[in-house]
Design a protein around this ligand. Structure first.
Ligand SMILES: [Zn+2]
Length: 315
């Protein structure tokens, strides 16, 4: 019986891995739309203001997803962090400037064809991160992204095959968590790619019974483990909430959701998308409130995952 169960779980793992590989391949070939959630690497590596700009700018182009735009920003100037001539002022020896390394004539022609949305400098500037990311999105779009040819688009940005490969590989790492569970072991999966914000324990004269994972609105939330949906809907303080009952009596809670994707009584497997990160209820910024209740009461989710060899959140 045990053997049968472990064979079944190995088969399931192979199946899930296969689906993940196929999804990743399809994603890299066709792009995955602007709603991809950031991977843990993306959350850890991209400054929050730049991540917001990439996610805001990429949708100006159908066919361009934010991880590609972010990967260009990474390879060009490490998201504006590179301390080199032309990044923050002046130009480099090739005449490029700003976080997205535009040549002056290229930037001028992009802006002439595509008026930039408000939020940047006046007049638009190559050094302004808002203007530079939006202009880069339009430029990638005109170079091929609009027609679904990301390779042509990236090659248009910098005429080198190594550059195209480097950007695509970086984009893949940034979007790694978009449609697959970030990590899974022993039947438990990390529910969402996010940064550890408020932890388990005493807080403001009360007791915070879960771990908060800060992540952009729309980041996919997966079931932490196999189980059955106990309830899914509005709940006091949580805005929208999902609770999942797992074999053995453990219950996991996912709160402040933007959208729920499951209904009570529905069986779910580990990593299956059940909701999206939101900012509803008593919440001061987009995050997932993730709680694990055992027979003995709530436990620290970070420690619970660490005991299973998994890192629940980054930072
Ligand atoms: Zn919380």
């Amino acid at each position: 019986m045990r053997l049968a169960a472990s064979i079944a779980s190995v088969l399931l793992l192979v199946f899930v891995t296969l689906i993940a590989a196929i999804t990743a391949t399809l994603t890299s070939v066709f792009g995955s739309g602007s709603d991809s959630g950031p991977s843990p690497e993306a959350v850890a590596d991209i400054p929050a203001d730049y991540l917001a700009l990439y996610q805001q700018a990429a949708p100006v182009c159908p066919g361009l997803d934010w991880p590609v735009l972010a990967a260009v920003g990474k390879v060009e100037t490490d998201h504006g962090r590179l301390d080199a001539p032309g990044v923050h002022n002046g130009e480099n020896s090739a005449g490029a400037a700003g976080p997205m390394q535009f040549l002056a004539p290229t930037f001028a022609s992009v802006v002439a064809r595509h008026p930039l949305p408000p939020g940047g400098a006046s007049p638009p500037s190559r050094y302004d991160p808002h203007d530079a990311t939006h202009a880069a999105a339009f430029y990638l779009c005109d170079s091929g992204a609009r027609d679904g040819d990301l390779r042509a688009a990236i090659f248009g940005y910098n005429h080198a095959d190594w550059y195209v490969e480097k950007v695509l590989a970086q984009a893949e790492r940034y979007r790694a968590a978009a449609s697959t569970p970030p990590a899974s072991q022993g039947g438990w999966a990390v529910p969402a790619a996010g940064r550890c914000s408020s932890g388990f324990g005493p807080r403001d004269g009360d007791f915070h019974q879960g771990q908060d994972l800060a992540a952009p609105i729309g980041t996919p939330i997966g079931a932490a483990a196999e189980g059955t949906v106990l309830d899914a809907g509005p709940a006091s303080g949580y805005g929208l909430r999902v609770r999942v009952q797992h074999p053995g009596g453990t219950v996991t809670t996912y709160g402040h959701n933007h959208t729920n994707h499951v209904t009570p009584g529905q069986p779910v497997r580990a990593g299956q998308p059940i909701a999206e990160v939101g900012n509803r209820g008593q919440s001061t910024g987009p995050h997932l409130h993730f709680q694990i209740d055992t027979d003995g009461g709530p436990v620290d989710p970070v420690a619970f995952y660490a005991q299973r060899g998994l890192r629940l959140c980054v930072g």
